[in-house]
Design a protein around this ligand. Structure first.
Ligand code: PLP
Ligand code: COI
Length: 342
């Protein structure tokens, strides 16, 4: 194995094993009943899938993203995996798929880690072992509706930072022409369709040197989130983050809200008008992949207005970033019991 850990970006690097489990069931009085197999590790990264499977025909797919960190003490810590298990269960219910039990999810993550220990990047390389659990519908079906068979797979990959460079600013552009999800749609679920539907906006933004900031789909007045991260803003000593029916409940954001409260900041989740960016001193995207990615500016092309936050990450977001990473890398006590040490 020859990996230059410090050069890794957010790209797939194959490891030795993936972990799989299958569900077979049937609908009984509107309820999907069935059994999951035990998880097993395999070196085969391909699956034999019927081309009429519900994942291919009707988009029955959900996924997760979580990380294992090699700490300052050499121990490996998996961050808040139970939260990912609960969210995948919500996504499964959102698409009428079989939820993966928490215990099975945890065993699969542990197995994926233990079978790929050599792929956990060393401490201080800025890289981590990322797990991409996916849940797909495998029943061949032409009639429009959910299937009865599902495959759960955990795909590990060592990754570097989501945005190139360790902790630096990214520029965002507002898009009013594309909705990544609809109000009361699948926004709160982590399903592949939300990402495919955002590609028109994100690819256009990338071509212009930006990442994309989405507004609420109904009024286009309020900040929703980024294509793969929640939004946070700092106004004085206040931590502001959007309340919206169509955004993904971020585990990173939830953790940062706890840390912000503990340091005496006011934490507010509410609808945030785009123009309120003018009153914020700091702003960022936050998520598992990007941790905290500060924004230097948000450009609104329709209104020909740019909101500036400075070219360097601001003090409060920098400090929250450090505290979160200190916990993840075992540099401070994990008082919240967020990390599972393997
Ligand atoms: N919002 C979207 C659309 C995402 O894809 C992600 C990434 O998972 C997040 C927010 C952040 O969520 P988390 O912090 O749980 O990774
Ligand atoms: C994550 O932050 O883990 C994600 O899954 C976001 C994205 C890369 C799809």
């Amino acid at each position: 194995m020859d990996i230059d850990w410090s050069q890794l970006g957010f790209h797939y690097t194959e490891t030795d094993y993936i972990v799989r489990a299958s569900f077979h069931g049937q609908w009984v009085n509107g309820e999907l009943q069935g059994e999951w197999t035990k998880p097993y590790a395999t070196t085969d990264k391909y699956i034999h899938l019927h081309l009429s499977a519900t994942v291919l025909q009707y988009g029955q797919e959900a996924f997760e993203g979580l990380k294992a960190f090699r700490g300052v003490d050499g121990k490996i810590r998996v961050f808040r995996w139970e939260e990912n298990a609960y969210r995948l269960q919500d996504s499964a219910r959102g698409l009428k798929m079989a939820p993966v039990p928490t215990e099975l999810f945890g065993r699969a993550i542990r197995m994926a880690l233990e079978r790929n220990l050599d792929y956990v990047p060393p401490y201080e390389t800025g890289a981590t072992l990322y797990f991409r659990p996916i849940l797909i519908g495998t029943t061949p079906r032409l009639g429009v509706g959910p299937g009865v068979d599902y495959e759960f797979v955990v795909i590990p990959s060592p990754i570097g930072p989501y945005y190139p460079g360790k902790f630096h600013c990214t520029s965002f552009i507002v898009n009013r022409r594309v909705d990544r999800s609809a109000r009361y749609g699948t926004g709160p679920f982590k399903v592949g369709g939300n990402y495919a539907s955002s590609f028109r906006a994100t690819e256009a933004a990338h071509l212009m040197g930006y990442d994309c900031l989405f507004l609420d789909s109904k009024t286009k007045r309020y900040i929703d989130e980024c294509s793969a991260a929640n939004f946070i803003g700092i106004k004085g000593n206040e931590y502001l983050t959007p309340r919206s029916e169509e955004i993904l409940p971020s585990i990173t954001n939830k953790s940062l809200m706890t840390l912000a409260k503990e340091r005496g900041m006011k934490v507010t989740r509410r609808k945030i008008r785009l123009e309120e960016l003018a009153d914020m001193q700091e702003a960022a995207a936050c998520g598992t992949a990007c941790v905290i990615s500060p924004m230097d500016k948000v450009y609104d092309p329709d209104k020909e207005r740019t909101y500036h936050f400075g070219s360097e990450p601001g003090p409060l977001l920098t400090s929250l970033y450090r505290t979160l990473q200190d916990i993840q890398y075992g540099r401070v006590n994990d008082d919240h019991h967020w990390c599972t040490v393997i």
